[in-house]
Design a protein around this ligand. Structure first.
Ligand code: AHR
Length: 566
């Protein structure tokens, strides 16, 4: 069966620079970005801007990041205000998402107990070992669109007796339900990660959702807890994160926000706390720039939720019917992909501003529970399986997204890249018994130092990376202080042609030593293959110098680096 995944148009358009009318008299010959965007993407339709300055000021005083891109020669500077950190970069920003889609669960995670691939209770161990190196904080499952057609009771009990179903969203393949609640929570225990379960609102009942929570978390002498015991698990699991539907504006039921808000209120009422387990209820949030959805949800149900989700994918072309290749692309595609990635900042700022009106204390978290690049599938693979390669470009996309999430850590407390294995912007690709880790994986590994660290304002002044009519700041940076005291600075050079000499200065901190690692390559589409799995991997960053309280280093073209400073 051939299925097509339909998705409402996503607003991948870039914010327009405010050249011309509003600011023209004041700026005379310069182009100034609205102060809302801490990291700006510049398109320069106005010729007068050739020698102009792109200036981006503080987002809201709390975000505390400014970036200035100019055409002036000289090194980029990063000023880290080490004495001004206020918000924690929640480790869950480094969260993941695994859906019953293509070869993510089956083959990627689940090989079955009888497989020749080494496994523990059916879960492949090469993948578990690789993911453990990322300190995976949280894992979202079973979907995605799949969540709203998943009936959890079909996925418990003896596997041979579990009923099958058709996975209508993803390739129309038969789902045998061999990977269900016990297997997923076993995976989470093997990984040491928090489960984030997404419940079925679209085609499931309130009773079904209520029973699932009782089955997983109740310790009492109750029907569902006893059913769980009968299936071999005595102790309840701890399940903190629970999503009430997925993309209810689309594949989850095509609901209007008013209707979903009422459904959310009804379903979430029966998502109960049993014993000491405390559920963090996450409502389905907007599709990219659908601000009305956020407005209605916050107004009608904001007080009943702990988190509101947001989905935004980077589509290099901005066109869902021709998304472009993951590996065969031009510099224009590279530039456009990075520009569209920075749209994430605008989306978070605008949705966040709406949330602020209803929730000024920021009690409700923004949960970006699907993000990442989405290209055309690899030639010759099932179009419903969303299998794509992963290059250095994806590593840059990951780094930029993390910098944006860090900057918004006062509101964004979880993000889940789509998806962990063999689907979209993956950490891992598998081919039967072989596996490789992707450039994106390496960014997650290098950025572990930011987990639960205090976000520090970092202001960047740098050259522009221009291509045709478009310009981007060449350098993006983010800094944090780890709970144990170490300071870390992650930096990305977006320009594939020019190195970026960097001078880092600090307020409230005097570095004595610095060392780092860098992820780079000689071509934009460098990637790992099963025959050459180590083409792209981090290496030591050479030439880091510390003197007079400053750190100097030159970033290679198209690179992501993380520095540890003492
Ligand atoms: O991640 C792939 C799909 O993208 C998810 O199933 C859905 O939620 C989104 O449209």
């Amino acid at each position: 069966m051939k299925t097509q995944h339909l998705r409402p148009a996503q607003d991948g358009r870039l914010p327009e620079p405010t050249c011309g009318t509003a600011f023209a008299p004041a700026l005379a010959g310069r182009c100034r970005w609205r102060a809302r965007f801490p990291l700006a993407v510049a398109a320069f339709p106005c010729g007068v801007l050739a020698l102009g300055i792109l200036s981006v000021a503080l987002t809201n005083g709390r975000v505390g990041v400014g970036a200035q891109a100019t055409d002036a020669p000289g090194p980029a500077t990063v000023i880290v205000r080490a004495d001004q950190g206020r918000h924690t970069i929640h480790r869950n920003i480094y969260g993941h998402f695994a859906e019953h889609l293509g070869r993510c669960i089956y083959e990627g995670i689940w090989v079955g107990e009888d497989s020749p691939i080494p496994n523990v209770r059916g879960i492949r161990q090469d993948v578990v070992s690789a993911l453990k190196r990322l300190n995976l904080p949280v894992l979202r499952w079973p979907g995605g669109c799949f969540a709203d057609e998943y009936h959890w009771k079909d996925g418990i009990g003896p596997r041979a007796q579990r009923p099958a179903m058709i996975n209508t969203h993803w390739g129309g393949v038969t789902e045998n339900n061999h990977f269900g609640t016990h297997e997923f929570l076993d995976l989470c225990e093997q990984l040491g990660t928090e489960p984030y379960i997404c419940g079925n609102v679209g085609s499931g009942t309130v009773q079904e959702m209520m029973d699932w929570v009782e089955y997983m978390t109740a310790d009492a002498d109750s029907p569902m807890a006893n059913l769980r015991r009968q299936n071999g698990r005595d102790r309840p699991w701890r399940v903190r994160y629970f999503g009430v539907g997925n993309e209810s504006w689309g594949c989850g039921g095509n609901m209007r926000p008013e209707y979903y808000a009422d459904e959310y209120r009804r379903y979430s009422t029966f998502v109960k706390n049993y014993g000491t387990n405390r559920i963090y209820r996450i409502a389905c949030g907007a599709n990219s720039a659908d601000y009305n959805w956020t407005e209605v949800l916050m107004r009608e149900a904001g007080r009943r939720m702990n988190g509101l989700s947001l989905h935004y994918y980077t589509i290099a072309t901005g066109n869902w019917s021709r998304k472009g290749s993951a590996t065969v692309f031009t510099e224009a595609d590279w530039h456009a992909t990075l520009r569209r990635t920075l749209t994430m900042d605008e989306l978070i700022a605008k949705h966040g501003a709406i949330m602020d009106r209803f929730d000024p204390d920021k009690r409700v978290s923004m949960i970006v529970d699907e993000w990442g690049t989405w290209y055309d599938v690899e030639p010759g693979t099932n179009p419903g399986f969303l299998y794509q390669q992963n290059t250095l470009r994806d590593a840059l996309v990951a780094a930029l997204n993390f910098h944006i999430f860090h900057n918004h850590s006062d509101r964004v407390r979880m993000a889940n890249i789509a998806q962990t294995i063999n689907v979209l912007q993956s950490m891992i690709l598998t081919d039967k018994e072989r596996m490789l880790v992707t450039p994106t994986y390496h960014v997650f590994e290098m950025y572990k130092v930011h987990h639960d660290a205090t976000q520090l304002p970092a202001e960047v002044a740098c050259a522009q990376y221009r291509l045709g009519d478009h310009a981007l700041p060449q350098v993006s940076a983010s800094a944090s202080r780890a709970p144990a005291g170490a300071l870390h600075l992650s930096v990305a050079n977006l320009d594939p042609n020019r190195a970026a000499p960097l001078v880092c200065q600090f307020e409230g901190f005097t570095p004595k030593r610095a060392a780092g690692r860098v992820l780079t390559a000689s071509v934009m589409n460098a990637h790992n293959t099963f025959d050459q799995p180590r083409q792209v991997e981090p290496r030591a960053l050479e030439g880091v110098a510390v003197a007079d309280g400053k750190v100097q280093v030159t970033l290679p073209p198209m690179s992501v680096a993380v520095l540890a400073l003492e």
